[in-house]
Design a protein around this ligand. Structure first.
Ligand SMILES: [Zn+2]
Length: 214
């Protein structure tokens, strides 16, 4: 099972990834984690990445791809893997495919967890956090008993700047513009499997497993 996970912020992709990892015993490969680890360990690629980061520049795709390749060669990936957060665009997807073909471990499915825009807005803009204990709520789905007050400690609830409507809207639009071409790209290879992400977490997971095992 060699997967790429696609899904907007708030679609529950991370939750499904965690369940897939547990059930199938395959590692999740996050390029953010790889980058941090390589820089910390001071590997050749890590040093190269750091030289860009120190200048405030983006780490080039070739460097990130090199890190993914090194990671793929480790034993635990031979059973499969879940790529998260990469690729983000078609150019990255093409070079990734080239590398994975060379290693003989191409992607077997691009899993897309789909949630309508309005629902994502509610999931993300409805978030409230307790100032005192950090407990999270959602005013639409898991509201506190008393508006604006934490059930656990009585603290005041607030909305983080990241969760404000304009910020969320922009994040979702950026995601949509980047991901739509990826769906087309993997779709052209017959690899896209789309799932309705609006139901219960376990139901969605069951459907994903059935489809992937079938
Ligand atoms: Zn609290």
């Amino acid at each position: 099972m060699r997967l790429v996970l696609l899904g907007a912020p708030g679609a529950g992709k991370g939750t499904q990834a965690k369940k897939l990892i547990e059930k199938y015993g395959i590692p999740q490969i996050s390029t953010g984690d790889l980058l941090r680890a390589a820089v910390k360990e001071g590997t050749d690629l890590g040093k190269e990445a750091k030289s860009y980061m120190d200048k405030g520049e983006l780490v080039p795709d070739s460097v990130v791809l090199g890190m993914v390749e090194e990671r793929m060669k480790q034993d635990d990936c031979q059973k499969g893997y879940i790529l998260d957060g990469f690729p983000r665009n078609t150019a990255q997807a093409e070079s990734l495919d080239g590398m994975l073909d060379k290693l003989g471990m191409p992607i077997t499915a691009a899993v897309s967890v789909d949630v309508p825009f309005e629902d994502l807005m509610k999931r993300l803009t409805g978030r409230r956090t307790c100032k005192d204990c950090g407990q999270m709520y959602n005013i639409y789905f898991s509201a506190p008993a008393k508006e604006g007050v934490c059930d656990k400690c009585g603290g005041e609830l607030f909305q983080r700047d990241d969760d404000k409507e304009e910020t969320i809207k922009k994040r979702l639009e950026v995601y949509e513009s980047q991901t739509a071409p990826l769906i087309d790209y993997y779709g052209g290879k017959g690899l896209v499997k789309r799932f309705d992400g609006t139901g219960a977490i376990d139901d969605i997971f069951a459907k994903i497993c059935t489809e992937l095992e079938g």
